[in-house]
Design a protein. Structure first.
Lengths: 262, 223
């Protein structure tokens, strides 16, 4: 019996007929075709300004290379997303997110608006510029090691290049005895926006928090939108939010000026 | 702050007396103040670390000796034990979730997993640009790691033995005065052949070394 893909012409027609379908995890290309509602700072961005628009269902991972100044907004659509993020400097990927410096230098274990994500070279990689969740984690990492390894491989990077990650929308808290709470989610529709202070390879995975109860936890949909903007500059209150942040921004700006990429 | 103290303090106790787990002594070395150190600890052997003079942070990374792409993972370790402090019973896990070493004895009570290593670069953020040329743990890790073919991308969040980093209810976190004391020890049993990479922390801008870096002693026994 002949199938609808028995000949090259039929196989081609069969393949081309698939474009109208959709999926829980998919990019929208061009990004201006994004069909879903936009909230927060993304609401006012003209569609043709978007540079990245992607929906990630449970277990999905993706990556992008983005310019200095880009805003990256993550939205926890149903109140169950768990966004694991690794940032590597795009023009020198041996410089990358350092979660230990991010909590130690800023004297704060919990991420929130105004927190600077630091590289291992004493520079600001990104700033959290919006946060309607308040529940994030940089202590427990990702149960997504394999997802990150394959995402990194697409940028010529290996397992050794993947550092401990930051996690958005599932927050844990530390008790006096060092023990950790179960992860807490703030509910549906919450979003976080990062401002990239350096050009970055963004690795992103939407998979369960390591402390989530596997018997009850389900991972909800994550929306990703990005658009161009400026990096943090002198005069922005964020620049002087702390002496440590100010020096990180100074280091970043000085390095970009020296490289001719400011 | 003395930076010219003698490179080593001659141990006054025999290694077999110092070891927290009895056995044939296969290694007994003093790590001078501010120096790097490394050794492969064979599966089943036990490394006893001695805080000789007290409150000396010992920054520590672990690698599977058979494949150094498998390495100590702070998040895997923290998530598996649901606690940020290390003490007796803590299993130091790899980025593949496997046990590399187990804390089998601890005379201090808790050790840090959050603060990472000091670096020249992070010192510039924490204390000012005048500290950029001070010696730092990352310099030790890079120099010592190079002896084993390890480079910058092999450095990740490390253990800080003897370092005290509480987390306040509002998330405030910082390196505060230590809770160790002269002679206090801990012991690590290797679960697989493990490359142990150490920086005897040279930091002089915070209390992690009591503002005075001092030697530590490493004894490996084979039970």
């Amino acid at each position: 019996m002949s199938s609808s893909t028995a000949t090259t012409a039929a196989a081609r027609a069969h393949a081309r007929a698939q474009e109208g379908a959709t999926a829980a995890s998919r990019p929208f290309v061009p990004p201006g075709t994004w069909p879903h509602p936009r909230t927060g700072s993304a609401a006012d961005v003209p569609p043709d300004r978007l540079v990245w628009a992607e929906a990630l269902g449970a277990g999905a991972a993706t990556s992008a290379v983005l310019a200095r100044g880009t805003r990256v907004q993550l939205t926890d659509v149903d109140g169950g997303a768990c966004a694991h993020v690794v940032l590597l400097r795009a023009d020198a990927p041996w410089e990358r997110l350092n979660v230990a410096d991010t909590v130690k230098v800023l004297w704060q274990a919990y991420l929130g608006a105004g927190h600077v994500l630091l590289s291992d070279q004493g520079r600001a990689l990104a700033t959290v510029v919006e946060d309607t969740s308040g529940h994030h984690d940089v202590l427990c990492g990702a149960s997504a090691g394999r997802l990150f390894t394959t995402a990194a491989a697409k940028h010529g990077l290996g397992e050794r290049d993947v550092p401990p990650s930051a996690t958005f929308f599932q927050g844990v808290r530390v008790a006096d005895d060092g023990s950790l709470s179960a992860p807490v989610n703030a509910g549906p529709g919450r979003s976080v926006a990062l401002r990239l202070e350096l050009p970055a390879i963004v690795l992103l995975a939407n998979s369960p928090h390591p402390l989530a109860d596997p018997a009850t936890a389900t991972t909800g949909t994550l929306h990703v939108l990005a658009w161009p903007g400026g990096a943090t500059r002198p005069g922005d209150p964020q620049w002087t939010s702390s002496p440590e942040a100010r020096r990180a921004y100074e280091n970043t700006r000085t390095d970009c000026l020296a490289r001719g990429t400011a | 702050m003395s930076t010219t103290s003698p490179a080593t303090t001659a141990p006054t106790r025999r290694p077999a007396e110092v070891a927290l787990v009895a056995g044939e002594v296969v290694l007994d070395e003093v790590v001078p103040a501010r120096a790097g150190w490394s050794a492969v600890v064979a599966a089943g052997d036990v490394l006893t670390i001695v805080d000789t003079e007290g409150n000396q942070a010992v920054d520590c990374l672990l690698y599977a000796a058979s494949d150094t792409a498998e390495r100590y993972s702070a998040p895997d370790t923290i998530a598996a034990q649901r606690n940020v402090f290390l003490t007796t019973g803590s299993v130091l896990r790899s980025n593949r979730g496997r046990a590399l070493m187990t804390v089998v004895a601890d005379e201090v009570g808790r050790h840090d997993t959050l603060g990472g290593a000091c670096s020249r670069e992070s010192n510039s953020l924490r204390y000012g640009f005048h500290t950029q040329h001070q010696h730092a743990c990352v310099e030790n890790f890079l120099a010592e790691g190079a002896r084993w073919g390890l480079g910058k991308r092999d450095l990740v969040s490390n253990v800080n033995w003897y370092m005290n980093v509480p987390v306040d209810p509002d998330g405030s976190l910082g390196i505060v005065d230590g809770i160790s004391a002269p002679g206090l020890r801990l012991a690590l049993r290797a679960e697989v052949d493990t490359l142990v990479l150490v920086s005897n922390c040279p930091q002089v801008n915070n209390p992690c070394n009591g503002f005075d870096p001092t030697p530590v002693r490493m004894v490996v026994t084979r039970p």
